[in-house]
Design a protein around this ligand. Structure first.
Ligand SMILES: [Zn+2]
Length: 1004
């Protein structure tokens, strides 16, 4: 029966699948593979702590839309969780949010200001009660959590997003945090101190080291100033007194912070350094100048031509005194003044400044420690330290004590970093103390949130003593596994360099530091007893009660004595400070206690905390550290254990050129935009992009890397979809056993095992990029351009029960099952979709349980599947693939020379000596019947030497390592006629279709 060509096409077996041609219906599988899956596995595997795998989520800040950094962070975590789920673990993952602190408080204040401005109300910021601010801040934080939660869900992150989350404003969370704080107080680790701390005028609060960023190009106005030495100093060394001969003498000092000069309390010199007295070369009767000999060259730079009169040791200066810098202003106001001391300090360097150092203990740690060690601050540092700066960073009224009434009028209310500083310089000029002013570029600390410079001022703050727990903390770091390994040094260095942690903040949006202050004596009470009492009150009435409730409710019986409520109100007040937000998030490990069985004592295994934390490199000074410190401080254990077994640090996400993303540069890539652009492959494209990055380095993101990921996702799904179509979404009726499969099948299964092994190792070590690279190679090289290509013809044209078809379908099914599981942690939506559809029976669709319930049986460990690993198949196939490459090369030449349009118009001839007994000869002869499919030509023949005489030929030799004789390939015109059904040139002139098609047509 002769049919028209187009009628034959209807008799071909074309792939058919229910899968959508191009759209990945991720949202159809969203709930199944996130919330439902998480809840199901947590319930199913409850109770067995051996199965427990806890990835503890570092809480992002509840403010603003999520950015690409969040995307990377959450997806990297999700891949780990899903991998462990496939491996049979019970995964605990509780997403958290960090809710307190300045950015939210500032945001709320801004909203309130705008509302007030809009309503023409005259009431100002000051009229807002802490309660009102806290109420608004909480509502704002909760709204932000909901918005971010929605975005995280879109990324397919597996969690119980409704009930299984934590926030630092949960009541229970705050109570646990206060209990950690109480334990630290009980251990004597918390103390109050009045001393210089980093203070942010722009945020109106003290800052911890971790909240500073250092700007290298900060410019300060540096001044050289002259202080008048007190010639009547009773303790001046006789030799110096003789040298000066009662001539007026000036001490030359250099400082980059002229605004701190009002708080000058002394000048430091190095006792062991050499100093000298200089006389002006032009004015021999003018005042003398003292500076360090090593800094003599400074004089010329200052325009002072001088002769050295004599030299002496710094120790000769110690205990001499000098007139306060602004003494003349005080004198104008009719006030008296006291001379100030010259003090010894080994920190004074011969390499910078003048060797004479202005000391303002209120404004510098070093000065503070110096004066403290010299016993010059006395028991009440707060009263003895000069400090004239208020919480706004402006000069306060107290400056009058050193500068008199008229001077104070010029300074009070001015910013010390701006107008105040300028005014001080102007005043120095007026009194003749200013020798020189210049711009000085140096590294200077800034507030990491407002990016404004900070200052140091003396305030009363609560500190945690880190020296006391340093050794235990370092021990705990030793027991922790770090990925990448070098990140251990970073955390160690941060911990080593810190002695204390300033934990109090002067803001209202936070967890209170519930101290009690005696109004009459100034005493601050914060101890185990007071905290236990206060925590029980707050637990009952809520945290806000600290602001709402009467002080009488919080004063414990022991402090109250016989006072009635009215007396208590008169005697005690509640502390107004809140805790550093790093203390909030740092105590998050306490929420994991419920998952551990602490009833069984044991020293070897973990019984608290988490298995792993995964965060960006900025958390070495943030959450990684604050978790570690609060845990080591309060969890005593025979093992010095960190609250985590493993710390994984990922890089920051930068733009394609490696720049930080910022609105002002205009290079921000928003996750929402990526998801809405179809070229990037939707959520699976984004997930694959995250997995394809080397997380141990900073990550560059841009259209190039995103489209590559998008293309690979589409290629992957299309490949799987094609195999699904060949299977008609059904499992094959008959599976061919591994030992009976063709060489190409065994080769592909071997490569599948290789891919699986790489993926397994990649998941285990957070090297997800190796999983993606191996998948890309396997899909593109082994599956798409080899296996699918050579089996296409038999799949379309063979009769249904052909052996080749059965082999291919057997392999397709194995590939689908295995690849689907291996890629599921990265591409859960696609895996759910394939799994769901593949398990259809007889075309009737019923939804299936999640692919993650199938589990990942590692092939090597499975007796049935182990035989897929077949290195011999790989070696044999390597020979054939080398010949194939040469055949393809010759076919391409024939096409270029316009002999053929399609490779099927050609036959291939393999030229091999008849008596050849090499491995290569053995393999090509054994596989002879499969070669035409492998080379995608119409026929393959063997010849001993090249002699066939055709009108054209393309010939070449093949290089096979270790083969003792030459092998050649030759491409010639096909000998047979074209089959109208399958288009191969395999029909004899008398046949209507080729033999294979004839068989296939009989069953149609
Ligand atoms: Zn045919």
């Amino acid at each position: 029966m002769l049919k028209k060509d187009n009628e034959y096409s209807k008799t071909m077996y074309l792939p058919k699948t229910a899968l959508h041609p191009y759209k990945i219906p991720a949202e159809n599988y969203r709930a199944k593979t996130t919330d439902m899956l998480y809840k199901g596995q947590a319930r199913l595997r409850e109770g067995d702590t051996r199965l427990l795998r806890i990835l503890h989520d570092g809480p992002p800040y509840a403010n603003g839309d999520i950015h690409m950094g969040h995307v990377l962070n959450k997806i990297v975590k999700d891949i780990w969780n899903r991998w462990h789920l496939l491996r049979g673990s019970r995964v605990i993952y509780i997403p958290g949010w960090d809710c307190h602190g300045l950015p939210i408080e500032n945001k709320v204040m801004q909203i309130i200001q705008e509302e007030l401005a809009a309503s023409d109300s005259s009431s100002a910021e000051s009229s807002l009660s802490p309660q009102e601010i806290r109420k608004r801040a909480e509502a704002y934080a909760r709204s932000q959590i909901e918005a971010q939660k929605k975005e995280f869900r879109t990324l397919g992150i597996m969690a119980d997003w409704d009930k299984g989350i934590y926030t630092t404003l949960d009541h229970d969370y705050q109570i646990r945090q206060l209990m950690v704080f109480r334990d630290m107080v009980a251990k004597g680790l918390i103390y109050r101190s009045h001393r210089p701390v980093h203070y942010s005028p722009s945020s109106h609060t003290a800052l911890a080291e971790a909240e500073l960023e250092h700007h290298d190009n900060h410019v300060s106005h540096a001044v050289h100033v002259a202080f008048d030495l007190d010639l009547n100093s009773p303790n001046m060394s006789p030799s110096l007194r003789e040298l000066l001969a009662r001539r007026p003498t000036r001490l030359l000092v250099w400082t980059t912070t002229p605004w701190t000069l009002t708080a000058n309390m002394g000048i430091a010199v190095n006792s062991d350094m050499d100093y000298a007295v200089y006389s002006s070369a032009s004015d021999s009767s003018g005042p003398l100048t003292i500076i360090a000999v090593s800094r003599e060259s400074e004089l010329a730079k200052l325009g002072i031509a001088a002769d050295r009169l004599g030299q002496f040791k710094g120790s000769d200066l110690v205990d001499s005194t000098y007139r306060p810098l602004f003494a003349s202003f005080l004198a104008q106001s009719g006030k008296k003044f006291n001379s100030l001391p010259i003090v010894p300090s080994s920190h004074v360097s011969p390499d910078s400044g003048t060797g004479l150092v202005h000391c303002a203990p209120a404004h510098g740690q070093e000065d503070y420690h110096l004066f403290q060690s010299l016993g010059m601050l006395g028991p009440s540092a707060a009263e003895n330290m000069l400090c004239h700066v208020d919480s706004q960073g402006q000069y306060s009224n107290s400056v009058e004590e050193v500068i008199g009434e008229s001077g104070a009028q010029r300074l009070v209310g001015k910013d010390v970093l701006d107008l105040g500083s300028r005014e001080v310089v102007a005043m120095l000029k007026e009194i003749g103390a200013l020798v020189k002013i210049g711009r000085h570029k140096h590294s200077y600390p800034y507030d990491w949130r407002t990016h404004q410079p900070v200052i140091m001022i003396a305030t009363s703050q609560w500190f945690a003593n880190l020296d006391k727990i340093k050794r235990d903390t370092m021990d705990a770091i030793e027991t922790t596994l770090f990925i990448p390994p070098q990140s251990k040094n970073r955390l160690s260095a941060f911990v080593q360099s810190r002695s204390e942690w300033c934990i109090s903040r002067q803001r209202v949006w936070g967890v209170p530091i519930p101290s009690l202050h005696n109004v009459l004596t100034g005493e601050a009470v914060l101890n185990n007893t007071s905290l236990t009492h206060i925590i029980s009150v707050l637990d009952k009435h809520g945290i806000d009660y600290w602001w709402d409730g009467p002080v009488a409710a919080f004063v414990p019986p022991a402090l109250r004595g016989k006072m009635d409520d009215a007396q208590v109100e008169e005697t005690w007040r509640k502390g107004a400070d809140t805790m550093d937000v790093w203390f909030d998030s740092g105590t998050s490990w306490t929420l994991l206690d419920e998952f551990w069985d602490t009833s069984k004592p044991g020293q070897r295994t973990r019984r608290w905390g988490s298995h792993v934390c995964v965060e960006g490199s900025d958390q070495h000074r943030g959450w990684f550290q604050s978790q570690l410190l609060t845990a080591v401080a309060t969890r005593t254990s025979v093992l010095k254990q960190a609250p985590y077994d493993k710390l994984v640090t990922h890089g920051m996400v930068l733009d394609e050129k490696g720049r930080k993303m910022s609105k002002s540069v205009g290079n921000v890539i928003s996750p929402a935009d990526v998801l809405s652009d179809s070229t990037y492959g939707g959520v699976e494209g984004l997930r694959l992009w995250a997995a394809s990055t080397d997380i141990t380095k900073d990550v560059h993101v841009g259209p190039t890397s995103l489209s590559q990921a998008g293309q690979l996702v589409k290629k992957y799904r299309n490949t799987l979809k094609y195999m699904m179509g060949c299977l008609k979404d059904r499992r094959p009726a008959e599976r061919i056993p591994a030992e009976k499969l063709r060489l190409i099948d065994r080769y592909v299964l071997h490569q599948l095992c290789v891919f699986e092994k790489i993926a397994f190792e990649g998941y285990r070590s957070f090297g997800y990029q190796t999983v993606v690279a191996a998948m890309s190679k396997f899909i593109n090289t082994t599956i798409s351009s080899l296996y699918l290509d050579i089996n296409k013809d038999s799949m379309y044209a063979d009769k249904l029960d052909s052996f080749d078809r059965k082999c291919t379908l057997t392999v397709f099914e194995i590939l689908l099952d295995k690849m689907n599981v291996v890629m599921a942690p990265i591409l859960p939506h696609i895996s759910e979709e394939i799994h769901d559809r593949l398990n259809n029976s007889d075309g009737v669709y019923t939804p299936k349980p999640s692919v993650f319930t199938v589990g990942w049986n590692f092939t090597i460990k499975n007796a049935n599947e182990r035989k897929w690993l077949d290195p011999q198949a790989e070696r044999d196939m390597d020979i054939l693939l080398r010949i194939r490459a040469q055949v393809f090369d010759r076919l391409e030449k024939a096409r270029r020379d316009r002999h053929i349009k399609s490779p099927l118009e050609a036959d291939a001839i393999i030229i091999i000596p008849e008596n050849a007994t090499s491995k290569a000869a053995e393999v090509v002869r054994r596989e002879a019947q499969y070669l035409k499919a492998l080379f995608v030509v119409s026929d393959v023949r063997f010849e001993m030497t090249e002699h066939e005489n055709k009108d054209w030929r393309c010939i070449n030799s093949v290089d096979i390592p270790g083969c003792p004789h030459p092998i050649g390939v030759c491409v010639v015109p096909a000998r047979m006629e074209k089959c109208p059904r399958c288009w191969t040139f395999s029909r004899s002139p008398e046949e209507t279709v080729c033999k294979r098609c004839d068989e296939a047509l009989i069953e149609r």
